[in-house]
Design a binder for this molecule. Sequence first.
Ligand code: AMP
Ligand code: MG
Length: 411
Amino acid sequence: MNSILTYEDACDIIKEHFKFINLKITEVNIPDSVGKLLAEDIISDIDMPSFDNSQMDGYAVMYNENIREWNITGEISAGNFKDIEVSGNQAVSIMTGARLPSGADTVIPVENVIAETGMIKLIEGIILKKGSDVRFKGEDIKKDAVAIPSGTLINTSNIPLIASCGYNKIKVFESLKIGFFATGDELVDINTIPVNDQIRASNLYSLTTLIKELKMTPVNMGIVKDDKSQIKDTVNKAIESEFDILITTGGVSVGKYDYLKDVIEGCGFETVFWKVKVKPGKPLLFSIYRKSDRNILYFGLPGNPVSAFTSFLLFIKPFISELYKYEPQKRFKAILEQELTKKDKRKTFVRGIALINNSTLNTPLCSVRKAEGGTQSSGDMSSLSNANCLIIFEENVSKLNSGEIVECIMI
Ligand code: AMP
Ligand code: MG
């Protein structure tokens, strides 16, 4: 019993093993890159801006603190450069984005002058500063400089810069290929009406959606009987399928027909740990298959739908999110509305409903209670369906009082 890992230790070990995942690189068109992890430095092939230009509609002049009136000697608009050299009290009418003519180092916005025929006067009280309203060559990004470093999670706000750096396609990390299958003689497809002791294999659907939510690629290998050779064949197929992660549900406990651990080991996976001091989800089996070019992480989740769901949420999701630089799983503190008790010493994750009426979850604290429906048994899905969080009930704590502040994990 003592050898069973705590939740925290299990998480640390899993986190270390995520380093063995070899992320593949692919090229995508810029519009398809949002939400992906950049796999190369974006380097600008030009200075940005590539010429000194006006930031305003106004007049380009050579700065001189003693001059307040200028004669207009010409006009330059964006994309229509003419080098009308300025000095002394000469000014060139200039539009936003137009390249500055020789001699000019300062732009006076239209709003700051009184224009008369052929000349302008600075409005009383306006003080001109050298270099004002000019965007200087290379001030944004210098040629050959790193505009966006590799490893950035691409957001729409990165796109103007990427698109200006001279790229057609950019390299990003591929999503993880996650294969999974459900084991159990009692399982039938959800399109079947279960008879006798059959049940619908709902785990295949929860895993598909949990994986999709993380923008990873799910590969559903279906239902496999509690039969060593069928499980072995499916695991071998998974090994050939270039999955980064393999997940199974069911068959990892201590029942007579719980074959997963033996079969997985027989197929060349090394067991990293089996069982964690948590509820639900105690029988979690974590293993690794090491290939020369690509490793596979294996998670054997218990079959109960709530256990499988929370195990993914607690032991898989946070590490995929970390790898892809997604926002960390939201945790928040809430005031417990009722007394909760437990006999089990394990760290327990209670399906909860937090009354979140504030956009910032922590201030003021929201209240939380057990989600209604069915029971909190690992097989009862109604309370999971009603829940929006998991209330953390720490190891070795047997009672949480009403009014106590508890930590919750957002679902
Ligand atoms: P096991 O982990 O194989 O001992 O299964 C525990 C419980 O989960 C049993 O009641 C199973 O019938 C149920 N179960 C196993 N696999 C699934 C599944 N894919 N979907 C829903 N329930 C399942
Ligand atoms: Mg089973």
